[in-house]
Design a protein around this ligand. Structure first.
Ligand code: NDP
Length: 398
């Protein structure tokens, strides 16, 4: 029986609140705070209608540590689930340290003026969380998140040594808009327009953005799709924690329509993250673009199709080479029926709830800052099957 404070009332925040509300024996009280109270209230109303539970709502500017401290002291949660944007990770971690509360997020800290996708800033909190006897769980979404747990599961149960890892993220869904992003547009576009990077034989190899692709034949009728090599933050922690790894890459599918729009936006300067003067005011083109694009939280009603995210892993088991694939398929329309959201927010909000549940029930404990693959994968894998993200594993015979 624990009280949680969820910060961020976007697509992912909405799913997480609904899923926490479905487990009252763990999440006995839920507070949702964000910048815009109307968004919190709309989520609370949907949860009330679906589960009969009351969600307390509040406002906060999560860039402001004293405001966060006041909010946490007012509600006194055991854990803060940070589902605002990566820019707020450090301020929320600071406030958790000041108030003595555990912390969880789904994306690594990003400085506003540089697209870095690095854990270094959050890893620097290790000693401070340890000294306070607090736990910070980093990246408890799908990728990062479930993909890290899939790797830990493979290491524990399927392999003696893992040599090659390909994380492959496919969204075979369609929202019917000419251009929209399935999670926060700013973060999505920063990720996709950044240089690609993969890890091989102990070093990082950089590629031009979206310059390297492969076709992958996805299971269960999804079929072959073009996937592009990108850098993704979980690679940084996985190459550190998966011993014996020789190569690690991350791939994502994009439709031609998405890529064409993105190219035009990039060519005209709308994806820039530096400041430009407009009518005497400083504006960041990408932040302005976000304001005119559809909100990810509003895509649920119109999105059809499925996502398929998984890890293709090669290595050794009992002296023999092994080729293995573990994945989840999530249906956009099913997600919408259950929690009023599309599958990209669903596949992130559910693991955030599961990570929180394992922390609150004492199945995942620790002092300091943790990436997901550092913890026992078994209870997390069990909860994925129960709470809406079942997984399938396949071993390929060569
Ligand atoms: P949205 O843009 O839909 O929602 C973000 C929410 O955070 C909004 O409610 C926004 O408020 C709020 N917010 C932003 N800034 C502040 C602030 N300073 N103070 C208080 N609240 C603030 O994003 P998503 O829900 O799509 O994504 C949420 C997080 O999940 C992001 O960090 C994203 O990177 C991560 N993510 C992780 C994935 C994974 O698999 N690991 C996959 C997808 C997303 P307002 O509405 O007022 O702007």
């Amino acid at each position: 029986m624990s009280k949680v404070l969820i910060i961020g009332a976007g697509g992912v925040g909405g799913v997480c609140v609904h899923k926490c509300a479905q487990v009252p024996e763990v999440f006995s009280e839920i507070v949702l705070a964000s910048r815009t109270i109307e968004k919190c209230d709309a989520i609370a109303a949907s949860v009330k209608e679906r589960t009969g539970r009351d969600i307390v709502t509040d406002t906060v500017d999560a860039d402001n540590v004293p405001e966060l401290v006041e909010l946490i002291n007012k509600h006194k949660p055991v854990l803060v689930i940070n589902l605002a944007l990566p820019y707020q990770d450090l301020t929320i971690m600071d406030a958790c340290l000041e108030t003595g509360v555990h912390y969880l997020d789904t994306a690594n800290y990003e400085p506003l003026d540089e697209a870095k996708f690095e854990y270094k800033w959050q890893w620097e909190y290790q000693d401070r969380f340890k000294e306070k006897g607090l736990m910070a769980l980093l990246g408890s979404g799908f990728d990062p998140g479930v993909t890290n747990v899939f790797c830990a599961h493979a290491m524990k149960h399927q392999f003696d040594e893992i040599h090659q890892l390909d994380i492959i993220d496919c969204n075979a869904g369609d929202h019917g808009h000419p251009f929209a992003t399935n999670f926060n547009p700013e973060i999505n576009i920063r990720e996709v327009t950044a240089n690609g990077r993969y890890w091989e034989h102990g070093e990082w190899i950089e590629t031009d953005p979206l310059s390297f692709s492969m076709n992958y034949d996805f299971p269960e009728g999804i079929g072959p799709k073009k996937c592009f090599l990108m850098y993704h933050e979980e690679l940084e922690s996985l190459v550190k924690h998966l011993k014996g790894l020789k190569r690690a890459r991350f791939w994502m599918t994009f439709s031609d329509q998405y890529l064409n729009h993105l190219k035009v936006l990039e060519n005209v300067g709308m994806t820039r993250i530096d400041t430009v003067k407009y009518n005497g005011q400083d504006i960041v083109p990408l932040k302005f673009l976000k304001e005119v694009l559809p909100e990810p939280a509003g895509l649920g009603e119109r999105t059809k199709g499925r996502t398929c995210i998984g890890c293709r892993i090669k290595g050794m088991k009992d002296g023999e080479p092994k080729d293995y694939y573990i994945y989840n398929i999530c249906d956009h329309e099913e997600a919408f029926k259950e929690v009023a959201s599309q599958a990209v927010s669903y596949t992130t909000g559910v693991p955030a709830m599961i990570g929180a549940m394992l922390m609150l029930t004492g199945k995942w404990t620790g002092e300091g800052v943790f990436n997901m693959e550092e913890l026992d994968p078994d209870p997390f894998m069990e909860k994925l099957n129960i709470h809406g993200l079942p997984w399938t594993e396949v071993t390929f015979k060569n």
